[in-house]
Design a binder for this molecule. Structure first.
Ligand SMILES: Nc1ncnc2c1ncn2[C@@H]1O[C@H](COP(=O)(O)OP(=O)(O)O)[C@@H](O)[C@H]1O
Ligand SMILES: [Mg+2]
Length: 362
């Protein structure tokens, strides 16, 4: 593993009797794009503020590049924070905003000029150096805020929902730009968001937080393909949850159906477990017709189309299975078919998925 930039060691933060951060233990590598993802109130900002030094942990330790920082005040940590509400100085031009911190630190004039030019180049705002903030778009203002942090050359950049105020299209574009900037400067990013798609598309690793604790930490593919608990499966994407009893031979009984489920190790016969299947892994075929979506090694059951929602890029089908459970299937339209071509509500269908797409939850 690459050198460690940040170590959060069994950190707990209480406000009165309320536990905002609950025994969080994380190691973040040098140059990593690391995201804290979770719903509002789960403790993301508090964790970030402890890294920055604005809050003190109630228990546990924080180490930056190997050194404990409990006695290091915020301005002496080699860490910078970017907020969602990027308060720019409206009376200063872009250049002045970016130079502000360096001037206060009494950095030499010609060095300020070079570093400001560098930072503006990085965020693609060189041509707007003389503009006032009120002449800029939301995306450009956010880039000024980013340049203002990067000009300090921090070892770690903490970003608290930095794109939260932008509309969806601009946000998607800024995600790509931000990721490219991070690659270019090689600074460790700790990125806070409640947007799962944002976390999946930008991060090297994600820590999913719930009620102050880390529910799961890993690369995006692992979090999406192998969520370990219901909260993660439901928060990252959509999941079908099925409950069944473990039977011998790596099978799970749900009603009259007995389906093969890999990865049951640890569960004993007779245990009730939860499994999840992603809607896009569920295949649906007409009964009696040649197989179109269902493949030979899939587990199959019969069901009925209960509802159908046309999404343009496909159909979202709700299926009622013979055993009484309901599944959502997401059928992607392809060049071979139009999304609205088939399926009537009430139609009997065959439903299938690959056993390895069953995710066992704890
Ligand atoms: N200074 C504080 N005093 C009391 N409670 C706080 C304080 N800061 C945060 N909290 C509480 O801690 C919880 C986590 O807050 P926060 O870290 O801001 O969550 P997030 O950023 O994930 O939305 C929330 O319930 C919040 O109300
Ligand atoms: Mg927050």
């Amino acid at each position: 593993m690459a050198e460690e930039a940040i170590r959060i060691e069994n950190v707990t933060k209480r406000f009165g009797d309320f536990t905002a951060v609950d025994d969080v233990d994380l190691s973040i590598a040098q140059g990593e794009f690391f995201s804290l993802l979770g719903p509002s109130g789960c403790g993301k900002t508090t964790t970030l503020r402890m890294l920055a030094g604005f809050e003190v942990p109630t228990a546990g330790r924080i180490l930056l590049e190997g050194d404990p920082v409990e006695d290091v005040p915020p301005h002496q940590r080699n860490v910078n924070m970017v907020f969602q509400s990027y308060a720019l100085f409206e009376h200063l031009d872009v250049q002045g905003n970016v130079a502000f911190g360096l001037k206060r630190k009494k950095v030499a004039k010609d060095e300020i000029v070079t570093r400001v030019a560098e930072a503006l180049e990085l965020v693609d705002l060189s041509s707007r150096a003389a503009a006032r903030p009120n002449e800029l778009s939301g995306g450009q203002r956010q880039r000024v805020a980013l340049a203002r942090a990067l000009v300090n050359r921090p070892r770690v950049l903490l970003l608290d929902e930095p794109l939260g105020a932008l509309d969806l299209k601009l946000r998607r574009q800024m995600q790509i730009e931000l990721k490219a900037i991070q690659r270019e400067v090689g600074i460790t990013f700790v990125y806070v968001t409640h947007d799962q798609e944002e976390a999946l598309s930008m991060s090297d690793r994600i820590a999913v937080m719930s009620d102050g604790r880390v529910a799961q930490c890993g690369p995006p593919e692992e979090i999406y393909e192998h969520p370990r608990e219901e909260f993660v499966a439901g928060f990252i994407g959509v999941s079908n949850l099925l409950e069944g009893k473990v039977e011998p031979g790596g099978k799970v009984r749900i009603g009259d159906d007995c389906l093969p489920v890999p990865g049951l190790d640890g569960a004993g016969n007779g245990d009730t477990i939860q499994i999840a299947v992603r809607p896009e892994k569920v295949a649906v075929d007409e009964i009696g017709a040649d197989a179109y979506a269902i493949e030979p090694d899939m587990f199959t059951v019969e069901g009925e189309i209960e509802s159908k929602v046309y999404l343009g890029v496909g159909n979202q089908l709700t299926l009622k299975l013979g055993n009484g459970s309901r599944l959502v299937a997401l059928e992607q339209a392809t060049y071979r078919m139009r999304a609205d071509e088939q399926w009537e509500v009430g139609q009997k269908v065959k439903v299938g998925w690959h056993p390895e797409h069953c995710m066992v939850l704890s």
